[in-house]
Design a protein around this ligand. Structure first.
Ligand SMILES: *[C@@H]1O[C@H](CO)[C@@H](O)[C@H](O)[C@H]1NC(C)=O
Ligand SMILES: *[C@@H]1O[C@H](CO)[C@@H](O)[C@H](O)[C@H]1NC(C)=O
Ligand SMILES: *[C@@H]1O[C@H](CO)[C@@H](O)[C@H](O)[C@H]1NC(C)=O
Ligand SMILES: *[C@@H]1O[C@H](CO)[C@@H](O)[C@H](O)[C@H]1NC(C)=O
Ligand SMILES: *[C@@H]1O[C@H](CO)[C@@H](O)[C@H](O)[C@H]1NC(C)=O
Length: 951
């Protein structure tokens, strides 16, 4: 009896358990499961990103890229809510079964390689809010059915090969705010019906084959901020006069649209900021009514406009760019355009008036430095009586650098205290000094900004972005930025963790996920000045590499969103960076494992000509590392002067804690260095690898660094001839590294403080600490022409293309050496008072004022020699790598210039004595090398002036 009752209870309990179990493990709606299987079937997935699709239930077994509802729907099932499959190297086609994901809100396949057409079935997913298929190879036409997505907020189909017309049914997308269909092959008339979408704010249809006319009704769109239609052909139609009635328009871009007729009166559009009507056939005069005070950019170039420049253009306080070149404009060049401008240091104004019929100048032609004016091709240039005019009639432009590095932090923090593995760095703007943290790295692009020059808007942009992300200002660093075709503004951002969280040097996982979602869900508040953005990559490296995003957040159940590199397939940069970093990461483990205690077993390696010193020998040479023998301090550690028992004077670089390498790595580096022998390279005498210490022993260079000679206040300075020979020596040393070292080496950190001078002022290139081997043969047997790395080096010397692509080539060294040449010519630093030496010399050179920037301390020299040297230096500093000479060209040209020098100046540097006419220039004897005024070594020294300075 009891027994049977017990059994009953047991059965009941079992039953209950089963019921509970059923309730506790909900499953995905079966039709969605089958839809996902069908989707997978049509995708090609070479990286096996979707390998877990098919195992178990999509929503509960965490299928990659799938996010589901957290609660059961009315039907007792879980539903797929987001499909986030951006940048997963997927090709293949989109399955029509996608239409069965009836609760989907975000469908994101950005930056893959999908082909085929857009399935019309997607039009059935009525809750869909974001349809993001940009950056694929989709073709075919746009299905009419997409028009029925009445909840759609954002349609991004840009950068595909979609053809055919824009369906009129799109008028039914009654919530759409962003229509990005640019860079496709769409054709036909733009449907005037689009003017009935009250929510539309950005309409980007540029770079298609659209034709017909511009719908006048568009001016009724109450919210429209950006209308961008560049590079279509509306053969011969006019810009509707109604376009003057847009209420909220900020940007109107109709470049190269085949438009005729007059420029409409746009003066009533109160927030208009950016106007580009260039490369059309517009005729008649420019409207004289005053445009909005917010105008940053007016481009009317390459039209057939006549008449004069409206006086109202002189009253636009935010103006950055006024391009009127290649028109039939007449009258005077107004000089009051800049007269009333209040220039902050970051502002600039570019005025391009070339190839018109301007015949006179009004007032004084004396623009401030941040105004660029170009007048070439106007009658006024023939008028030689006008003072100054020729300065603006040259044919070359002082174009801005393509890419800008904003990270010129001058804060001095001990380098060795922040791991130098590429993941961690000092937070540039941190209120806590020398806060070392690992940033999140984000490739970000403004698709259609409303300015043409970024510096004045950098601060507002930083405020905008950080407040949108709920971060503090110092947590963002814009590492680099560059303008791309469009124009679009591409940036490389770093986000750093907050200092308040116990000074943790990394973001926690939920914070990473929060930031990532913020980017991926397009929930930033709109900003008409910055326009729409694109996420190019969101790279999870180093301490973030293993993040899997598995914890739940409110309202949504996560699939296993793997920590992918999100982003532009086109931007292989990030990928290569990862590869490099993964490689260095392996070493990282070794490094940490190594203590200061000497490893018991020494890696044996035969090194010819390089001595293996004992720690004791080093202590003796430096008087126990006495601070009085310290001659420098660099990233690697302290540098000591020392005398070996055989009286050889040496420089000893002693690695500090953070610079210690794994033993094998260290010896590999020494092996590399030991093979490099050239009279223009500082030679390695030996090394010490004992007691957990790592030291490099170099020949001692009694005349210190080139940098110190250039900055010395003394009147006694290097003559022009000496400078030329130093230039030639440096170039020869680097040429050896590029062409004769085996394997070839790119220096990567050439700068004036890495060029050392021996007792006879022979130049020797130093510090291969940042060197990387030049690319070796890859598996396929082809030689890649670059090495991908994280950006390293010194601001002011960095090749702009290297910034952009993170690829080092031999031409990166050519650029840096060109900057050194400019320093030798001007005595200035590469960046001083915020001015870049390359730009400054270029400007002076073009305006014929070269000699105003030449260092006055060089004595006499033939001017044709200096002109050729300037020409060489500037050609080394060309933005485009292909325009720079090779290092062997540089050597050849310098040899030519030296031959042109008069006898006394071209004496071989080996004689040495010819420079020591002043006793102060004599190299110090070997016993006096420890005097602190003697400078040694590359990046090793700061603020020490050579011995000639005392006056
Ligand atoms: C899916 O993710 C949840 C939440 O992180 C976890 O508890 C569960 O074990 C995962 N399931 C599988 C099959 O990986
Ligand atoms: C102009 O822009 C400002 C700032 O974005 C905004 O507050 C204002 O409403 C805009 N005015 C119109 C007419 O759109
Ligand atoms: C400007 O061009 C228009 C149309 O091409 C022409 O009718 C007009 O006469 C021109 N005006 C002047 C001042 O040349
Ligand atoms: C236009 O300028 C006004 C004041 O000069 C400013 O308040 C407004 O925000 C600007 N509008 C835009 C879109 O920047
Ligand atoms: C410049 O400012 C002065 C004084 O404020 C004013 O009289 C003049 O009209 C302004 N010039 C222009 C071109 O706006």
């Amino acid at each position: 009896m009891i027994c049977r009752m017990r059994l009953g209870v047991c059965i009941l309990a079992l039953c209950l358990c089963l019921c509970l179990a059923a309730a506790a493990s909900p499953i995905t709606h079966p039709s969605e499961v089958s839809a996902l299987r069908a989707v997978k079937k049509q995708l090609v997935d070479p990286k096996k990103n979707l390998r877990n699709w098919g195992k178990g239930d999509p929503c509960t077994a965490n299928w990659t890229g799938i996010l589901c509802t957290n609660d059961l729907g009315g039907d007792g099932y879980l539903h797929v809510q987001e499909l986030q499959l951006l940048n997963m190297n997927l090709s293949g086609t989109l399955a029509p079964e996608l239409g069965q994901l009836s609760r989907l809100r975000i469908l994101d396949f950005m930056w893959n390689e999908l082909t085929g057409t857009i399935p019309k079935e997607i039009g059935r997913i009525s809750p869909l809010r974001l349809l993001l298929l940009n950056g694929n190879k989709l073709f075919g036409s746009l299905p009419d059915e997409l028009g029925y997505l009445s909840n759609l907020n954002r349609l991004q189909l840009d950068q595909n090969n979609i053809s055919g017309p824009i369906p009129k049914t799109f008028v039914n997308m009654s919530s759409v705010r962003h229509l990005h269909l640019n860079n496709n092959s769409l054709s036909g008339q733009i449907p005037p019906e689009l003017s009935q979408i009250p929510t539309l704010i950005h309409l980007l249809l540029d770079n298609n084959n659209l034709s017909g006319y511009l719908p006048p009704e568009f001016s009724n769109l109450p919210e429209l901020r950006i209308l961008q239609l560049d590079n279509n052909d509306f053969g011969g139609s006019v810009i509707p006069a109604s376009y003057g009635n847009f209420s909220r328009l900020v940007k109107l871009s109709l470049r190269n649209c085949g438009l005729r007729g007059a420029v409409p009166d746009l003066s009533k559009i109160s927030n208009l900021t950016y106007l580009d009507l260039s490369q059309n056939h517009l005729t008649g005069p420019i409207q004289r009514n005053k445009l909005s005070n917010n105008m940053t950019t007016i481009d009317l170039s390459d039209n057939q406009l006549n008449g004069t420049i409206p006086a109202s253009f002189s009253d636009l306080p935010s103006l950055q760019t006024l391009c009127l070149e290649n028109n039939f404009l007449t009258g005077t060049v107004p000089t009051d355009i800049w007269q009333n401008m209040t220039f902050s240091t970051s502002a600039r104004l570019k005025l391009d008036f070339r190839n018109n019929s301007f015949s006179s100048i009004q007032g004084h032609l004396n623009p401030p430095v941040n105004v660029t004016l170009r007048l070439e091709g106007n009658p006024v240039c023939e008028n030689a009586n006008l003072l100054n005019v020729s300065l603006f009639c040259g044919s070359e432009s002082g174009e801005d650098k393509m890419l800008t590095n904003l990270n010129n932090s001058t804060v001095k923090c001990p380098i060795q205290a922040c791991p130098r593995d590429g993941y961690y760095e000092y937070v540039p703007a941190s209120p806590l000094p020398c806060f070392c943290a690992a940033p999140l790295r984000i490739g970000y692009r403004l698709k259609s900004p409303s300015f043409s020059y970024f510096p004045p808007y950098i601060h507002p942009f930083e405020v905008y972005l950080t407040s949108s992300l709920n971060l503090s200002r110092y947590q963002l660093s814009i590492d680099t930025y560059s303008w791309e075709k469009g124009p679009r503004l591409r940036m490389y951002l770093k986000l750093f963790p907050s200092i308040t969280e116990n000074h943790s040097s990394t973001f926690n996982v939920s914070e990473v996920e929060r930031i990532r979602r913020k980017y991926l869900s397009w929930t930033f508040p709109g900003n008409s000045l910055f326009g729409p953005y694109e996420l190019l990559n969101f790279t999870l490296l180093g301490p973030y590499a293993d993040i899997k995003f598995e914890e739940k957040t409110k309202g949504i159940r996560k699939g296993g969103l793997v920590a992918v590199v999100v982003g532009g397939a086109a931007f292989a940069v990030s990928v290569s960076v990862i590869v490099t970093i993964l490689i260095t990461r392996r070493h990282d483990g070794q490094r940490r494992a190594m203590s200061r205690k000497r490893l018991s077993e020494k890696v044996s390696m035969k090194l010819d000509g390089v001595k293996d010193f004992t720690f004791k020998e080093m202590t003796l040479a430096t008087d126990n590392f006495n601070s009085s023998s310290q001659v420098g301090q660099g990233g690697y550690g302290k540098v000591y002067g020392g005398t070996l028992p055989d009286k050889t004077v040496v420089a000893i670089k002693r690695a500090e804690e953070g610079s210690l390498q794994g033993q094998r790595e260290f010896l590999t580096e020494i092996k590399l260095l030991s093979r490099l022998h050239h009279r223009n390279l500082v030679s390695l005498v030996g090394y010490c690898d004992e007691e957990g210490e790592q030291m490099l022993v170099y020949e001692f260079m009694p005349n210190g660094t080139l940098r110190d000679w250039l900055s010395a206040k003394s009147k006694e300075s290097l003559t022009f001839g000496m400078r030329l020979r130093i230039a030639l020596g440096s170039a020869k040393g680097i040429l050896y590294l590029h062409t004769e070292a085996n394997p070839p080496v790119f220096h990567r950190d050439i700068k004036a403080s890495n060029i050392l001078l021996d007792s006879k002022f022979n130049a020797k290139v130093a510090d291969f600490g940042l060197s990387r081997l030049a690319p070796a043969l890859e598996d396929e047997g082809t030689v890649p022409d670059h090495v991908s790395t994280v950006v390293r080096g010194t601001p002011g010397y960095l090749d702009p293309e290297y910034f952009l692509t993170h690829k080092v080539t031999d031409k990166s060294d050519v650029y840096s050496l060109g900057v050194v040449f400019l320093e030798m010519l001007t005595g200035k630093r590469p960046i001083s008072h915020g001015r870049n030496i390359v730009r400054e010399v270029n400007t002076a050179h073009q305006s014929g004022m070269m000699f105003s920037v030449i260092d006055s301390r060089m004595g006499c020299y033939p001017s044709e020699c200096i002109e050729r040297f300037v020409g060489l230096a500037l050609s080394c500093c060309q933005d485009k790598t292909e325009n720079r000479p090779s290092m062997s060209d540089v050597v050849r040209e310098l040899e030519c210039i030296l031959k042109m020098m008069p006898e006394t100046e071209s004496v071989s540097s080996d004689s040495g004595s010819s420079y020591s006419n002043s006793g102060k220039l004599l190299p110090p004897s070997s016993t006096s090398f420890v005097s602190s005024s003697n400078v040694l070594g590359s990046d090793l020294v700061s603020g020490v002036v050579p011995s000639i300075t005392p006056r």
